[in-house]
Design a protein around this ligand. Structure first.
Ligand SMILES: CC(C)(COP(=O)(O)OP(=O)(O)OC[C@H]1O[C@@H](n2cnc3c(N)ncnc32)[C@H](O)[C@@H]1OP(=O)(O)O)[C@@H](O)C(=O)NCCC(=O)NCCS
Length: 180
């Protein structure tokens, strides 16, 4: 694993910060990954509702301006992104929150999520955070397996009304971040 100023890379993937110019690619990736992952786990109506809400380009632009750190995953030697992560501080002590972790279905199970997570750990630790938390749908077994493997532990549940008649029914997970 080679650390770089802007991100991280391994043999198969590189990770680098996203900019506003990457928003269209982020939205396309979200669309492809969401339908593959969430169809059957939540209703099609809820998928449409959440994609329109969470991936509205102006919302992403304002999140980037407000300090949410969006990271792009690319296959080594390629420029088209195949995944992304987003995290920011929570405003509660030294806790950071992982908001997004997505790898395109055609590129999963090759260490892409691990490369993104390693980059988030390093950047969040360098910014002074000592704990990384996240929420994940209780029925998302693949993601739960990925987070468990990455050292996250369960620390609660959260049912959140997101409007439109929909709720997010999640586990809260967290893991420590190394200080050095
Ligand atoms: C969850 C997700 C990000 C994992 O991405 P990935 O690039 O395939 O993950 P990696 O290859 O880095 O695998 C990391 C670990 O996750 C676990 N894992 C990943 N995919 C898995 C699967 N299909 N079944 C079981 N475990 C799996 C494994 O433990 C794996 O480690 P291992 O290969 O050493 O056993 C990806 O499946 C995804 O984008 N899913 C849809 C979106 C999503 O659910 N995001 C999380 C929202 S909270």
């Amino acid at each position: 694993m080679f650390a770089m100023n802007s991100g991280m890379s391994n043999d198969l993937f590189s990770v680098a910060p996203a900019t506003v110019a990457d928003i269209p690619a982020l939205c396309r990736l979200a669309e492809a990954t969401w339908w593959h992952c969430y169809r059957g786990m939540i209703s099609d109506e809820q998928i449409r509702f959440m994609l329109a809400w969470m991936y509205e380009p102006e919302r992403l632009r304002s999140e980037m301006a407000d300090g949410v750190d969006w990271l792009l995953l690319c296959r080594a030697g390629a420029t088209a992104p195949v995944g992304f992560a987003a995290w920011s501080g929570t405003g509660r002590g030294r806790e950071a929150r992982l908001h997004k972790l997505y790898v395109h279905p055609g590129h999963q199970r090759r260490g892409g999520a691990k490369a993104l997570l390693d980059s988030v750990y390093r950047r969040a630790a360098d910014a002074g955070y000592r704990r990384l938390s996240l929420t994940v749908n209780r029925h998302n077994r693949t993601a739960l397996q990925c987070y468990q493997r990455a050292g996250f532990h369960p620390c609660g549940t959260q049912v959140r009304d997101i409007g439109g008649g929909f709720v997010m029914d999640d586990y809260i997970l967290a893991r420590p971040l190394a200080a050095d």
